[in-house]
Ligand binder design. Structure first.
Ligand SMILES: [Zn+2]
Length: 575
């Protein structure tokens, strides 16, 4: 057995032991090249040997493989541990409840982004793990500042379905105002809330000094009368606020007697779903706090920025004799080089900095979807991050690596030459057709066809502009799956070359992708910075459906976004 075969056998046996006796050719080749980088230029030739050896190993009993490994490579064998099965930590007090009920509560004033995906995926997956219930609740009770937009309810539903977070029940808070009004009256009757007419400045001075405002101690009858005036329109916007009584000595002034309802001039800013039917709107903590109880939520999973909200809501729960759900607060999730602040994204969109919510520069789920990210990659990422309370920063390298592992085995390969260099190759006497595989590791996927026309003893093809330097400095290059060429001249952007057949197959020369000049398809690729690169690809990608992810060899993974008769547009995911 020659020495590369020996190295392949070792990599394959160890890989098979890790995976129940079945080695994966791609992984074996990867390990092999990782340990012997010098073999990289020969990857394509090696793959044939890898496939042959893996086939043999996969039909050998696992016990025999383990015996072989323990004799020949004992130290490597102990290093090879089975991949850890990722687990989420248990939910607190799950056994206390008959059914675990979780929720995700988006405000449809924007679409979901990577940061929101964590709460959505963890809430959904915990509900499934515990055989519980997962609820989607649209929190759309701010027609003035965080105004919902009709199209976002649907995009968010799409986002959640895409993530695989199917829900058992859906609620929309703007349908539930009468429930909140009833609770408001209960609180007033319990002397647990009051209607405050203070001007903002006056209120601020009092609350900073931990002092009650004059409205706080008015009798229940007066409070009920004022509530009536809020609802019937006697007060204008900002003239009265419904406040929950808290300890005025609470260390955080923002918790002291927090506002539960306010008046909105809905003639000026109507609600997109219910128009101007209601003028009194619950604030976030009121509506969310009531609903978590009313909908029987047992576990709330959210970012730690909600800890102050919890402090506020605990007063509401105490007044009403309710038990607060078990809350899990996780740390911030940052993605290197990306702003996930919703308000920042919305502002930038408004001023036209981005083309839309699916602009490739954004971390929204629609944008990631458009670029060809797989929802399973986002799920794996969120399981990796989990619900831990510390802040986590993830890099794009990390996200891309997870996604690559998922999309690589199913992505068909094609050649693409951006910024093409016209190349004349002499020494081609007859028309040629070659059939490279759609996937080098999975021959069963089939092949594609590239045909070259012979004219006057030569043929024309296109090479990638990104190989300009390589072409200017090399004497010989190999054209993938075709033949080798000797470069004769490279002047005025035109390359002249001669077909070269006698080159040794293992010669260490650059291997380049190419496209036939007479059988090509104009292609544009939208890059992550929203710029575009154009060139030509194999005509074969016309056979792929819009929405599928392919790999342009030596360029990267791209999702087909649009197919017109004369041009295909793709979005770049990563390389
Ligand atoms: Zn007041």
């Amino acid at each position: 057995m020659s020495s590369p075969d020996q190295a392949i056998r070792k990599a394959a046996v160890l890989n098979a032991i890790r995976h129940d006796g079945k080695a994966d050719p791609g992984a074996v080749l990867g390990n092999l090249l990782g340990e012997n980088p010098a073999l990289k230029p020969k990857a394509r030739e090696l793959m044939q040997s890898v496939q042959r050896i893996v086939k043999e190993i996969n039909s050998t009993p696992l016990t025999q493989l383990t015996r072989e490994a323990s004799e020949k490579w004992p130290t490597d064998l102990t290093r090879e541990k089975p991949e850890e099965v990722r687990k989420l930590p248990p939910l607190p007090n799950a056994e206390k409840y008959q059914t675990v009920v979780t929720r995700v509560a988006p405000n449809p004033d924007f679409v979901l982004h990577l940061g929101n995906a964590r709460a959505a995926i963890l809430s959904h997956d915990y509900a499934r793990i515990y055989n519980g219930k997962f609820i989607v609740r649209f929190e759309d009770t701010d027609p003035r500042l965080k105004k919902a937009q009709l199209q976002y309810y649907d995009i968010i539903r799409e986002d959640l379905k895409w993530l695989g977070c199917t829900w058992d029940q859906e609620y929309i808070q703007s349908d539930r105002l009468s429930i909140y009004y009833q609770i408001a009256e209960t609180l007033l009757h319990k002397n647990a809330a009051y209607i405050c007419e203070c001007k903002p400045e006056q209120w601020k001075t009092l609350v900073t000094a931990k002092k009650a405002c004059p409205d706080r101690e008015l009798g229940i009858a007066t409070q009920m009368e004022r509530w009536g005036k809020m609802v019937n329109g006697s007060y204008g916007e900002g003239e009265a606020v419904f406040r929950i009584k808290t300890e005025l000595s609470h260390p955080n002034p923002a918790v002291r007697d927090w506002p539960g309802f306010r008046i909105v001039n809905v003639n000026k800013t109507p609600h997109p779903r219910v128009g101007s039917r209601f003028r009194v709107w619950p604030l976030y903590n009121m509506a969310s706090g009531i609903d978590d109880h009313e909908l029987g939520i047992t576990h709330v999973l959210r970012g730690k920025e909600h800890l102050t909200n919890m402090a506020r809501q605990l007063y509401l729960y105490r007044h009403l004799g309710w038990t607060y759900p078990d809350a899990v607060h996780f740390g911030r999730l940052k993605v290197e080089g990306m702003n996930l602040s919703k308000s920042r994204m919305m502002k930038a969109l408004e001023v036209g900095e981005y083309d839309g919510v699916d602009d490739p520069r954004l971390g929204t789920l629609v944008a990631l979807r458009r670029r060809g990210f797989n929802p399973e990659a986002i799920r794996q990422l969120m399981w990796e991050v989990g619900p831990k309370p510390v802040d986590v920063t993830i890099s794009w390298d990390n996200i891309n690596a997870i996604n690559r592992k998922i999309i690589d085995p199913t992505s068909h390969r094609y050649y693409f030459v951006p910024d093409p260099i016209t190349t004349d190759v002499s020494g081609v006497q007859a028309d040629m057709e070659v059939h490279p595989p759609l996937h080098p590791q999975y021959p069963k996927m089939g092949t594609r066809a590239l045909s070259l026309k012979a004219r006057n003893g030569g043929t024309k093809l296109l090479l990638s502009g990104s190989d300009r330097t390589t072409l200017a400095t090399s004497k010989t290059v190999r054209l993938m799956g075709l033949f080798n060429i000797q470069i004769l001249s490279f002047e005025d952007g035109e390359l002249r070359a001669e077909r070269l057949d006698e080159l040794a197959p293992e010669a260490d020369v650059p291997i380049l992708q190419w496209v036939p000049a007479e059988d090509k398809l104009p292609v544009s690729v939208v890059l992550p910075d929203a710029s575009e690169t154009s060139g030509f690809a194999e005509r074969g990608i016309k056979g792929e459906t819009v929405g599928s992810v392919i790999q342009f060899v030596r360029f990267g993974f791209c999702r087909i976004d649009k197919a017109e008769s004369d041009r295909v547009t793709l979005y770049f995911a990563h390389n």
